[in-house]
Design a binder for this molecule. Sequence first.
Ligand SMILES: Nc1nc2c(c(=O)[nH]1)N[C@H]1C(S)=C(S)[C@@H](COP(=O)(O)O)O[C@H]1N2
Ligand SMILES: [Mo]
Length: 398
Amino acid sequence: MPGVRGPSDYSLEPPRHPSLKINSKEPFNAEPQRTALVTSYITPVDLFYKRNHGPIPVVDDIERFRVSIGGLVEKPIQLSMDDLRKLPKYNVTATLQCAGNRRTAMSKTRTVKGVGWDVAALGNATWGGAKLSDVLELVGISKLTAVTSLGGRHVEFVSVDKCKEENGGPYKASIPLRQATNPDADVLLAYEMNGEVLNRDHGYPLRGVVPGVIGARSVKWLDSINIINEECQGFFMQKDYKMFPPSVNWDNINWSTRKPQMDFPVQCAICSLEDVDVAKQGKITVSGYAVSGGGRGIERVDISVDGGKTWTEALRYQKINVPYISDDDISSDKWAWVLFQADVDLPENADIIAKAVDTAANVQPENVEDIWNLRGILNTSWHRVRVKKALPVANSNL
Ligand SMILES: Nc1nc2c(c(=O)[nH]1)N[C@H]1C(S)=C(S)[C@@H](COP(=O)(O)O)O[C@H]1N2
Ligand SMILES: [Mo]
């Protein structure tokens, strides 16, 4: 594709914030510190987790850049950034979460394959761009179409990065045409993140953003968008990011028995404390994030300091001084996380537990063992942090 290319080595990587925790250097995979993640409702770009499968692409000439829309369409087209900017612009606040978020904790029960992540492989950003449903109208596909006259049922996003899982080919993924042509699904071709031009790590010049769906379907550095009749056959759709039961291991896996994971389930994590933090006895404030997929809001976040025997409800917020209503209405960002906060009385050496409930009354599972899967995806078990009581200080004038 003109204007943008995927390098085959790591000599042209962009600069990154020094506070990021690097889980893998090449390809670059990193997340912010837990505590930094919940200091702002909108995650700053430099602290937003970065999840890559190859070297970061380079734009040589933005004027020459074109994204092509083709496949099962009568008249394929190519759009420049100017063409895209002329379409109505939407700003959608959506949480992007990697399916591998909290994988490290899952791997502690039984080994899994994949990059290790703590609880910060997600971020909440305001994405700016054109709606995919508007773009598809330019190739003659109307809003709310499930199947076209040419048999198109899926929309495939193809990148330019070189991924070893694709034998040096580009990253790709698809979503159902029904979702792509639904304006309410808010699927974007985004060129801005938090009001700034998208940066290289996050997909400059153009990426897909599929709200409510695992991050793996929000393809960065878009090169082409194809209307296809069956779902994308790429590695990341067919041989990865699928949810298997705990009985399936690498000897008996049959990838074709499962569908690619799309919506993510209800999730939350405490971010104000690391595991085995030392806290003073008495009241402490517990804060973190909660989010659910599919546009479901967060109905409740429960906190326990006695191993789950009793619970207190945390306060939830999206905007300061605006009450959060867990409903699909204009006062709530339905694709975005809520932050939560609770003051609790801390007993000695407690496990502090958080669990969230979404608007469909889905609840996080208690134990990671019950949802263990060989790829270590979607660890949404109750989040626990172990806190120790500080030793009494004899002379407190130190
Ligand atoms: N082209 C391309 N798109 C991609 C990926 C990738 O490696 N290459 N990784 C995917 C995965 S698994 C996730 S979780 C998100 C991460 O987006 P971010 O790096 O902007 O946080 O991008 C997705 N899109
Ligand atoms: Mo991911």
